[in-house]
Design a protein around this ligand. Structure first.
Ligand code: ADP
Ligand code: MG
Length: 229
């Protein structure tokens, strides 16, 4: 499903930093994987590269059979829009749009004339997220946990095969954070979505099938929780 081969990312702002340094890994379709490691170990860089938000300095990434390094321009944007969902620590909702509008937003430019169907789908996703009574609230009128559930619904609007969540619980208290992780787990089990969560929270990582530990841009350990049990 997702293969990285010798993935390296060097940032050259000032002194060059090897944010990722030769990461080779395979993630199966339907897996729920946690990427852990200290701050600065390359977790966000890895997710951004897999999600095609950024390009590697060297190495290869294959997602769903597509060598994403070969994609350019519109093809890259289409690929990302059709197959990848993102959830971030800071939610990144548009403050002036309602929950429903935020969820519709990624597909609005592509659904002229199909707005009604899109709205139906956004409503359905928010209901699945337990927010059926918050459709017309603005982000500022929602709790952190609710905002993150809106962000997850938004990530699902394109029915992605892969959901990338970068510290999705980082701005939530631990109970609400674990509820968010349970929701991601449920989406993974019920819809077969491959989920990759970057986290420095061990309680979150324990929910994953597999834990990939990074340090200084390298994989230092892989813990297979299915085998451990
Ligand atoms: N856009 C960038 N420009 C320059 N350096 C960056 C950039 N993004 C990340 N880095 C550096 O790359 C390393 C890995 O960062 P990151 O992937 O954000 O780690 P993590 O998510 O594990 O905290 C860090 O040393 C960070 O400072
Ligand atoms: Mg990070």
């Amino acid at each position: 499903m997702i293969v990285t081969e010798n993935l390296t990312k060097i940032y050259t702002v000032g002194a060059p930093v090897r944010a990722l340094d030769g990461v080779t890994l395979e993630i199966a379709a339907g897996e729920f994987v946690a990427v852990t490691g200290p701050s600065g170990s390359g977790k966000s860089t890895l997710l951004n590269l897999i999600g095609t938000l950024d390009r590697p300095t060297s190495g290869r990434i294959v997602v769903d059979g597509v060598d994403v390094g070969t994609l350019r321009g519109n093809a890259l944007a289409d690929f990302r829009r059709e197959r990848i969902g993102f959830v971030f620590q800071m939610f990144h909702l548009v403050p002036t749009l309602t929950a429903l509008e935020n969820v519709m937003l990624p597909l609005l430019p592509y659904r002229r004339g199909l707005r009604f169907r899109l709205e139906e789908r956004a409503r359905e996703l928010l209901e699945i997220m337990g927010l059926g009574d918050r459709l017309h609230h603005l982000p500022g009128q929602l709790s952190g946990g609710e905002q993150q559930r809106v962000a997850i619904a938004r990530a699902l609007i394109n029915t992605p095969k892969v959901l990338l969540a970068d510290e999705p619980t980082g701005n939530l208290d631990s109970k609400v954070g674990m509820e968010i992780i349970s929701l991601l787990r449920q989406l993974n089990r019920e819809r077969g979505i491959t989920v990759i969560v970057a986290t420095h929270n061990p309680a979150v990582a324990r929910e994953a099938d597999r834990i990939i530990q990074l340090q200084d841009g390298k994989i230092v350990r892989i813990i297979n929780r299915a085998e451990e049990a």
